[in-house]
Design a protein around this ligand. Sequence first.
Ligand SMILES: [Fe+2]
Length: 257
Amino acid sequence: MSYIRSAAFADSGYVVLDTYNQAADPEEWLDLTFVDWKSSGDTRFAPIASAFGQMECNGFWNHTPPRADKDGVWVQGNVERAPILKARAEEPGANVGRCRVIELQPNDYETAVYNLHQDDNNRLNPDGTGWIVRGFFNLSDNPDSVLILREDRFDPSTEVRIPLPAGSRLIVDTQRFWHAVWHTGPEPRFSLITSWTSGPELDEYIEKYNGKPQESNPPLDQKVIDDTQTEVNRRLAERAAVLSAKGKAKAQTDDED
Ligand SMILES: [Fe+2]
């Protein structure tokens, strides 16, 4: 047995869909209730679907009974204020797990590279069922900000940088990629993040909106990339030494961007 995966992801691990006309919609995300939740970077989250419909963001596996990131329950207080966002999460027709709006404060490239992480979307996901991936719909207009993806956390040559203008739609296997957002600011960035189960419905949605990998990265000076990697390596080694001295294992987080 093995998981059901999208053929569109087989090589690239992510797809960029046609841009959505975000400017035609009201800014529903500004009316949502946000809660504090540990993540990479300076963030808040507004839950749209959670394990039991409560105003909280915990992984479904941390609830009783623990379960996979599927069958999310709509959070009434927030979906009443954001019916379009709910409809957009439902549009593919794929099973929805966690769904939330993230608010991310501006950061810099070094911080983003330091924050690179893999998600744990498929914890408790039964073998033979659909692999869980994540949709990222940018709500605010951040054309100079990028989602950074890396196959190898420490190898910048594997880096993909996907710009995040309003209406950009990405679907990413965030358990495969190390990822984080470099948000240049100056205002916070808002994005709708949805856990979807791979299968024919998601495949159709990807096809309908011409999902494919981007052709090239926005430019970034190679010296900046190299110097940043050197500094991040130093910081990570320093943190590992501190944790080791305290006798702690490396912190495991469930981050989102
Ligand atoms: Fe993440």
